[in-house]
Design a protein around this ligand. Structure first.
Ligand code: TXA
Ligand code: MG
Length: 352
């Protein structure tokens, strides 16, 4: 298909398009929408046909369940069989916001949406345009990230157009996503909350509310154990270039990355480097053909997190074949950032 012609069929609208976007969803169509984490691809969560269309548009395996987005607390009861105390406490603090709960379903959300599970994942985003859209769409919007399966999640409307132009009816443009990493997913179906996907809302922040240490799903850490969020098993967020993360003391990391980058360049690879503004000075002397992308300052984790998917997409567009990324400290938001980087690198990490 000719991409330029295909792109013309997908309309991009600002807030003025919300009511029409809602009508499209009610009619069984698909609309991409902004959230504070990443752009979502919306479809009616209560309609099995819409779920099938979402999987088809993304090229996503249909055993990978979708998150149901709501805009009002009073809408929750209709789709879950119980609302645990821990959920109430966490939602009281973090909703609306970048936190998704896995809860026991009651059968109203069809199995096509839940990927055949008897649980349902629910999130109330804080983005104003997202909330208005969800209300206009009838209250229950299934929303996977609006990328083609396997590509980095979209943090701008242009990224959505790049991946899904011509395959969906409309894109609501809300500007750049402020967080840039997908929501934290927390399972509240057991006796204690467990994190299935790390994100902006950290284990520490949830622990402060609940009064106990919130654990990470062992499947995220342990080799050979399946993660509880089916989507975490896929090699997501993958750039086209072969990516390696280099960990260790700052100077050693930049020395090794500089050396590997030059060797790669001499072999004829197009090399890209991902680094913080603090360490970028170490790469100033590298040959011109090597692309250095400064993500942001280590003092502003959010800058780094919110730019990472955009940087990976830019590298794809530039035809970068080999990527070296600095490793970041795995605490606070760094846990989520490193989780996504490791996936992009297919687990390929070396120590400097
Ligand atoms: O920030 C976000 O969460 C974005 C925005 C658009 O809200 N959405 C998003 O959706 O990241 P998606 O489909 O790309 O990722 C959803 C993840 C998958 O890893 C999926 O396996 C997991 O949520 N998930 C959904 N329902 C689940 C359930 N019932 N039990 C366990 N994991 C579930
Ligand atoms: Mg996704």
């Amino acid at each position: 298909m000719d991409d330029r012609i295909a792109a013309l069929q997908t309309r991009i609208c600002g807030p003025e398009g919300v009511e029409e976007a809602g009508r499209i969803i009610k009619g069984g169509g698909l609309v991409a929408f902004p959230t504070e984490t990443v752009y979502g691809l919306g479809g009616n969560a209560l309609d099995p046909g819409a779920a099938r269309a979402l999987y088809a548009a993304k090229g996503r395996p249909s055993d990978n369940p979708l998150i149901v987005h709501i805009a009002d607390m009073s809408d929750l009861e209709y789709i879950v069989s119980e609302i645990p105390e821990d959920m109430k406490a966490l939602a009281g603090t973090f909703w609306p916001g970048p936190l998704t709960f896995v809860m026991k379903g009651n059968g109203r959300v069809p199995l096509q949406t839940t990927g055949g599970l008897d649980t349902v994942a629910v999130r109330m985003p804080s983005d104003e345009l997202a909330l208005a859209f969800i209300r206009a769409a009838g209250g229950y919007v299934a929303g996977p990230s609006a990328n083609v399966s396997g590509r980095p999640s979209p943090t701008r409307a242009e990224h959505v157009l790049e991946d899904l132009g011509g395959r969906i009816d409309m894109i609501l443009d809300g500007g750049r996503a402020v967080i840039g990493l997908e929501s934290t997913i927390v399972d509240v179906t057991g006796s204690e909350a467990v994190i299935l996907r790390p994100g902006y809302i950290t284990a520490e922040a949830m622990g402060d509310v609940l009064g106990y240490e919130v654990a990470l799903d062992p499947g995220l850490i342990r080799e050979g154990q399946a993660p509880k969020a089916p989507g975490m098993k896929y090699r997501h967020y993958a750039p086209q270039g072969e990516m390696t993360i280099v960990k260790g003391p700052e100077q050693d990391v930049s020395d090794l990355i500089s050396q590997l980058a030059q060797e790669g360049s001499q072999r004829g690879e197009k090399v890209g480097i991902l680094c913080s503004s603090e360490s970028s000075i170490h790469y100033k002397e590298l040959p011109k053909g090597i692309s250095v992308r400064v993500l942001g300052s280590l003092k502003e984790e959010l800058q780094i997190a919110s730019d990472i998917y955009s940087a990976l997409r830019d590298f794809d567009q530039m035809g970068i074949t080999v990527i070296y990324s600095e490793g970041f400290e795995e605490k606070g938001l760094g846990v989520a950032l490193m989780n996504r980087l490791k996936k992009a690198a297919g687990g390929h990490i070396i120590e400097a």
